[in-house]
Design a binder for this molecule. Structure first.
Ligand SMILES: N[C@@H](CCC(=O)N[C@@H](CS)C(=O)NCC(=O)O)C(=O)O
Length: 215
């Protein structure tokens, strides 16, 4: 059994760290957690000691580093095939990968204007025309996935998958900034925040001592 350490940022703020952390939890893979607080004078050098990109998250597997949230999720899915982290059906899987990649490389306006702040509530803040366009696209994509592939559960592809890991930070953002959302989007958010791993992350975020000036 390999020794695993997941390097993450502050749970309240590090949206990218949440994704592989969820994948590992849902896969039932035991791992050590090492938190490097963001926005400290030594943050960059501390991250660079472990992660060649200078970014978090990074997963250390024995002597090998896997950096980038989606790459770590892929590795976890390969390690735990029975966890079903990608949908079993090839077409569902292809759509789940499309959705995950779209999140990974897009939605810049949403990310910039509604930074993840798990424990806070800023209803109505952060909304611009570009953010609304991102919200419209995300919720349409959620509806499409759930409508075509979601019949076996409350998550995007029914069962909890990497697509849910990738959108989990958006779920927290919507909980914080509370934009107007359709009922189906709200139902998905409710299922996500009720997931035991999401609750565990939220509880830890609430206990953290770091506070950024986001607003
Ligand atoms: N594409 C990367 C992005 C990671 C990323 O931007 N991480 C931020 C924290 S959420 C970071 O490490 N920032 C620290 C810095 O730039 O000093 C991934 O998905 O893992």
């Amino acid at each position: 059994v390999a020794a695993l350490t997941l390097f993450i940022g502050n749970k309240n703020y590090s949206s990218w760290s949440l994704r592989p952390w969820l994948a590992l939890k849902v896969a039932g893979i035991a791992f050590e957690e090492a938190l490097i607080p963001l926005r400290e004078p030594t943050t960059k050098q501390d991250i660079l000691r472990h992660s060649p990109s200078g970014k978090l998250p990074a997963l250390k597997v024995d002597d090998t580093i896997i950096w980038d949230s989606l790459a770590i999720c892929e590795w976890v899915a390969e390690q735990a095939p029975d966890a079903g982290l990608w949908p079993a059906d090839p077409m569902a899987r292809a759509v789940a990968r499309s959705l995950s990649s779209e999140m990974h490389s897009g939605f810049v306006a949403l990310r910039q204007n509604m930074p993840m702040d798990v424990r806070e509530r800023f209803p109505g803040q952060g909304l611009t025309t570009d953010v609304q366009a991102d919200i419209n696209r995300i919720t349409a994509a959620w509806r499409d996935a759930r409508g075509r592939f979601g019949s076996e559960g409350p998550f995007l592809f029914g069962k909890f998958s990497i697509a849910d890991c990738m959108y989990a930070p958006v779920v927290f953002r919507f909980q914080t900034y509370q934009p107007d959302l359709s009922e189906d989007a709200q139902a998905y958010i409710a299922a996500m925040v009720d997931h035991p791993a999401m609750k565990e992350w939220t509880d830890a975020a609430k206990r953290e001592p770091w506070f950024f000036e986001n607003k």
